[in-house]
Design a protein around this ligand. Structure first.
Ligand SMILES: Cc1cc2nc3c(=O)[nH]c(=O)nc-3n(C[C@H](O)[C@H](O)[C@H](O)COP(=O)(O)O)c2cc1C
Length: 168
């Protein structure tokens, strides 16, 4: 089984954890790769670089309300060799950040197993699973997982328990 983790994660000023050098979701993505050997594709935008938490919250809300699709850096990944695709990001206003939906439009996951995960500060999976199902109606979406952002640095065991339950 070939696996890849597709994720977005925002380093910098954030809720509950202060100004972080490595984003919460990236830490979980790295645990997944370490535990399963999965490759990684990071969705990158420089749109939010250096922003303080409050202006970022406001901008993200505007983007979500408008259904904006901000561009990502570089090319979409070639996913032809993968059968399992982990998709992870922070919850921003109840779902994944809009830039993730920009990438979703550019990839085809038909016939693949898709495992969504989030880091969050209270919303859990929020609408992420249903939004992933909507984006990829021909994928098998299963095994979703969420973890508090402030918990990830001491949360490897939790991630491992989940991984063991989804990866046979
Ligand atoms: C713009 C923005 C919006 C957020 N909205 C939510 C939310 O709706 N629900 C929630 O539980 N947490 C929310 N959070 C908290 C993040 O989901 C949480 O801190 C997450 O772990 C950040 O992951 P990252 O460091 O990988 O970007 C928000 C954070 C930001 C910056």
């Amino acid at each position: 089984m070939n696996k890849i983790v597709i994720f977005f994660s925002h380093a910098g000023d954030n809720y509950a954890v202060g100004n972080i050098e490595v984003g919460n979701t990236k830490i979980v993505a790295d645990y997944i790769s370490e535990l399963t050997g999965a490759d990684q594709y990071e969705i990158v935008t420089h749109k939010y670089d250096g922003m303080a938490y409050n202006p970022l919250i406001k901008l993200a809300q505007e983007e979500a309300n408008a259904g904006e699709l901000p561009p990502y850096e570089g090319q979409a990944p070639d996913l032809s060799q993968y059968d399992t695709v982990f998709i992870g990001g922070p919850v921003w206003w109840g779902t994944y950040p809009q830039v993730m939906f920009t990438l979703f439009k550019d990839i085809d996951l038909a016939g693949k197993t898709v495992v969504p995960f989030t880091t969050h500060e209270g919303s859990g999976l929020a609408n992420c699973v249903s939004d992933v199902k909507k984006a990829f109606p021909q994928a098998t979406v299963t095994g979703a997982f969420s973890i508090y952002g402030h918990e990830v640095r001491s949360g490897k065991a939790k991630v491992e328990k989940w991984i063991n339950s989804v990866v046979k």
